[in-house]
Design a protein around this ligand. Structure first.
Ligand SMILES: C[S@@+](CC[C@H](N)C(=O)[O-])C[C@H]1O[C@@H](n2cnc3c(N)ncnc32)[C@H](O)[C@@H]1O
Length: 211
């Protein structure tokens, strides 16, 4: 596993990896989610804050090839779990580069410029969202895409999974408009918004070819 130059960063608030049972119930088809968001064969993709890899192995399955997925997280234990899951899913060990790094210092940590950056279930907790979006902008290839998967701005009481309210506190949840307010000033353009029932949306931004 590559250790980035800065592994001493702080974890974002409300970014703990959820328990597997309700996470699998909420996200039964991670590959379908990725395809809805435009992830496709041949892309080089960064799974930013990948956690225990719920989306990472499906990503590697879609894009194929060697080293086209970079999976980044601050937490070495979660990265080990993600690695085991990818192995169990039959993904060759050469397909994914594992990066133990702080998401706030991407430019020093990511070994190549991706076509696509994916962040799920984490952006709501990032203290300086515009700065993170700037980091992503700087690391992406021109013409690349940035996808954010977020809980809808609904009361936590309403977002039950396996009989219990789940997800971040209501006040941390963001509307797509609030995400745009953070991301568009950096230079991205809105590509589209996709519903991800029952409780999420995905919002995809383009980095212009010439900025
Ligand atoms: C809620 S989990 C989401 C995991 C995965 N994206 C998913 O949806 O299944 C959030 C992840 O963000 C990681 N994280 C929090 N702060 C981070 C930071 N500053 N740099 C890198 N990863 C971070 C946590 O370790 C955790 O794995």
């Amino acid at each position: 596993m590559n250790k980035g130059s800065n592994v001493a960063g702080d974890k974002f608030p409300a970014s703990a990896m959820p328990d597997g049972d309700w996470w699998r119930a909420l996200w039964p088809d991670p590959e379908g989610v990725l395809r809805c968001l435009g992830v496709d064969f041949g892309l080089t993709i960064l799974d930013l804050c990948c956690g225990d890899g719920h989306f990472t192995a499906p990503m590697a399955h879609i894009v194929g090839g060697i080293g086209r997925v970079m999976a980044l997280d601050l937490d070495s234990d979660l990265l080990e779990r993600a690695k085991d899951r990818a192995e169990a899913a039959g993904i060759p060990s050469t397909a994914i580069r594992w990066l133990q790094c702080d998401a706030c210092s991407l430019i020093n940590s990511v070994p190549s410029h991706p076509d696509y950056v994916f962040i799920a279930n984490t952006f709501h907790g990032v203290p300086d969202k515009q700065q993170l979006a700037r980091e992503v902008f700087n690391v992406l290839k021109p013409g690349g895409q940035f996808a954010i998967v977020n809980w809808h701005h609904r009361s936590k009481d309403e977002t039950t999974v396996l009989g219990q309210p789940r997800g971040p506190e209501t006040k941390m949840r963001m509307t797509p408009e609030a995400v745009m307010d953070e991301v568009l000033p950096v230079g991205f353009r809105l590509h589209g918004i996709v519903e991800l029932p029952p409780y999420h949306y995905g919002i995809v931004f383009d980095k212009p070819k010439v900025s």
